[in-house]
Design a protein around this ligand. Structure first.
Ligand code: PMP
Length: 419
């Protein structure tokens, strides 16, 4: 386990809610908390060096530009990209996927082409492709899932054909926690000439990522899920692909030259960074990467694995509770579940009264919830600062909630049986 002293780096965790309930923050798959180190880096920039980047020839602009480009280099090294030119700063995973769906999609998709998604994708990795299909006449197909919450690759050979132009898949499901076999999918997609976009929003923060070892074509993730600021994200794209893609948003910075009636685009990556970028966000993301690397991605993954093992086992002891997705060996550090009663939203509210922050709802995976035959679920998601004791607080609170909502007759019967 990682030392609990890491919690001292996260001032927001040192508080109680609803009076005297120590905060147990288990909503990290939505957004993680920021470390002092990240906040200090942003404050340092904003107190000493802040100005717009890439523009003015003055000291502060040069300092800001250097810091912004240094952050790009940190991202490159973190995911082992070949060149910092392959790192595009965006607003987040959603913006990164939309960029590819619009720019690459419109330039490359034609009627009858196929885009292959999976049934466990976040809406951010579905809707942009539905929109691209509408605009281009391409067809969306989906890899189904098994009852255990794994991708069902048994029919992949018939889904993945010469018509498939792109496969878009999450490396880790934000609802089931499933770690998907993206390396295999990439290999098989490349064999039929398809490109692969990996939605890595739930994996880059939690495990080591090597885009070159994966041979992935596009990879998207968000700063706010890895102790960085919100409003900053990354699109990684192979140089040859990005270079061939038309600009998406038009405006300042993304141009080489503008004439009265036309423009020529800037080289990558600035071609895709129109307007003033999230400067403080990029510096904060760079500091978050420094922070995570100092701890070590493997150590973070092991820590979360211990937490999820413990949570999986203890949740299994709660009456009426169904755990969603595969066992700990095949999952990352989050657990989704349903309770026969009460409803997921009530569970989240009752847990909040005990100081426990979780998420309830469809987690932007409605097709997956439809497949599971449920309308909502509750999700506890862990990060490097969570402890085994916090998992126990969650499970004990859930058991108490279930007890409170037990049907009257059965409550009495249970009491009798205990005697
Ligand atoms: N994909 C996955 C798997 C996610 O978990 C999320 C965030 N819940 C997103 C995409 C969207 O990320 P963002 O809101 O940062 O754009």
């Amino acid at each position: 386990m990682l030392p609990a002293s890491l919690r001292d780096d996260f001032p927001i965790l040192q508080q109680s809610v609803h009076g005297d309930r120590p905060l147990v923050f288990l909503d990290n798959a939505a957004s993680t908390q920021r470390s002092r180190q990240v906040m200090d880096a942003v404050r340092r920039l904003e107190e000493h060096d802040y100005a717009n980047v890439h523009r003015g020839i003055h000291t502060l602009s040069e300092r800001s530009t250097d810091a912004y480009e240094a952050a790009r280099e940190k991202v490159r090294a973190f995911i082992n990209a070949e060149s910092a030119d392959e790192i595009v700063f965006t607003q987040g995973t959603t913006a990164s996927i939309n960029l590819v769906a619009r720019s690459w999609g419109e330039a490359n998709l034609k009627p009858g082409d196929e885009i292959l998604l999976t049934l466990m994708e976040h809406h951010s990795n579905l809707v942009p492709w539905f929109q691209a299909a509408e605009r281009t006449g391409a067809v969306v197909r989906q890899i189904p899932i098994t009852d255990d919450g794994l991708l069902d690759l048994s029919g992949l050979d018939s889904l993945l054909t010469r018509r498939t132009k792109l496969v878009a898949v999450a490396s880790v499901s934000n609802t089931l926690g499933t770690i998907n076999p993206v390396a295999e999918i990439i290999r098989r997609a490349h064999a039929v000439g398809a490109l692969v976009l990996v939605d890595a929003a739930q994996s880059v923060p939690h495990m080591a990522t090597d885009v070159r070892a994966l041979d992935v074509d596009f990879l998207a993730f968000s700063g706010h899920k890895m102790t960085g600021p919100s409003g900053i994200g990354v699109l990684y794209g192979k140089r040859s692909l990005l270079e061939a893609m038309p600009a998406f948003l038009g405006g300042g910075s993304m141009i080489d030259r503008v004439y009265a009636d036309r423009f020529t685009p800037a080289p990558i990556p600035t071609r895709f960074e129109a307007g003033t970028p999230p400067i403080s966000g990029a510096i904060g993301l760079g500091a978050a990467i420094d922070y995570l690397q100092a701890i070590g991605m493997d150590a973070i993954q092991q820590h979360e694995h211990r937490l999820v093992e413990h949570a999986w086992r203890r949740l299994g002891e709660v009456e009426g509770l169904t755990r969603l997705g595969p066992p700990p060996e095949q999952r990352a550090g989050l657990v989704g579940f349903t309770l026969d009663r009460p409803h997921a939203h009530d569970i989240a509210q009752l847990l909040d009264e005990q100081g426990v922050a979780v998420r309830a709802g469809h987690h932007c995976t409605q097709p997956l919830h439809d497949r599971l035959g449920i309308s909502a679920s509750t999700r506890a998601s862990f990060y490097l600062y969570n402890t085994l004791e916090e998992v126990d607080v969650l499970v004990d609170a859930l058991a108490a909630i279930r007890e409170r909502f037990r049907p009257r007759g059965r409550k009495r019967a249970a009491r009798v049986a205990e005697k």
